[in-house]
Design a protein around this ligand. Structure first.
Ligand code: F6R
Length: 243
């Protein structure tokens, strides 16, 4: 796409069409959602479609990819805050239908919680459409380099490069969380449709590696080469290194 605005609009159109086709059949639409700077334009467009074109999210059930750990849901740094401010409070999705990994669990609770998060997705028939961004190191969700293709939802240590990227928002590296809970790669790969979005020159090298390089756990996004229904939605700059 010429720019991220046009690209985000196209992704929003696809999501809207999916939600409406599910509505017609009286079905729920299970969306996997991401945070970070990349999907901000997408969420703004979904809010516009709701407010100006009457798109309803009443049949949508959402599961976010990740949350920092530990993290209070009321913190401005939380992904709960991000999702509420940028999307949920502006649309008619039912609050009980939104799910974000909890950042306030005790260490002992995390493993059972992660299993239940996956079981909940499975009980609903799996994710219909998963939205992804990509980290500078090729991470998807917070599945950092070295994550296995069949990795489960779990507590992970954040890479230094991921923490540096996040540190501006946290007011310095020392205040940036070292760990997070992330949906594993297995559930991402099981989604019926995956859309990975990336904007800007800064993502061009990792986009090339993920799409034209070998499938390797050093670049977790490269696993998507083996997904049967995936799109990489890029602006010109992010696509500029592709052959
Ligand atoms: C966010 C997430 C991450 C981001 C990635 C890119 O929920 O799972 O994988 O998508 O770190 O972040 P931005 O979009 O800020 O460049």
């Amino acid at each position: 796409f010429e720019d991220s605005l046009a690209a985000s609009r196209e992704v929003a159109r696809e999501i809207a069409a999916l939600i409406k086709s599910k509505q017609k059949n009286n079905q729920q639409c299970i969306l996997g959602l991401a945070t970070g700077s990349t999907p901000k334009g997408l969420y703004a467009e979904l809010v516009r479609l709701h407010k100006e074109e009457g798109l309803s999210f009443k049949n949508v059930i959402s599961f976010n990819l990740d949350e920092y750990y530990p993290m209070e849901p009321g913190s401005i740094h939380s992904y709960v805050y991000f999702m509420n401010e940028l999307l949920f409070k502006h649309i008619d999705i039912l609050p009980e239908n939104t799910h974000i990994p909890e950042g306030t669990l005790t260490k002992e609770e995390i493993s059972a919680y992660c299993n239940a998060y996956e079981a909940h997705i499975e009980a609903l028939g799996g994710i219909d459409l998963q939205i992804l961004g990509i980290g500078g190191n090729g991470h998807i969700g917070f599945n950092e380099s070295g994550s296995l293709q069949n990795s489960r939802t779990r507590l992970v240590a954040l890479d230094h490069i991921t923490r540096v990227a996040a540190s501006k928002g946290f007011g310095g590296l020392s205040k940036t969380p070292r760990t997070a809970i992330t949906l594993g790669i297995k559930k991402i790969m099981e989604a019926k449709r995956v859309i990975l979005m990336a904007w800007g020159e800064g993502k061009s090298n990792i986009i090339k590696a993920a799409t034209e390089g070998p499938v390797t756990n050093q670049v977790p996004a490269s696993f998507l080469q083996e997904h049967r229904n995936v799109a990489f939605v890029l602006d010109k700059a992010a696509a500029s290194k592709l052959t």
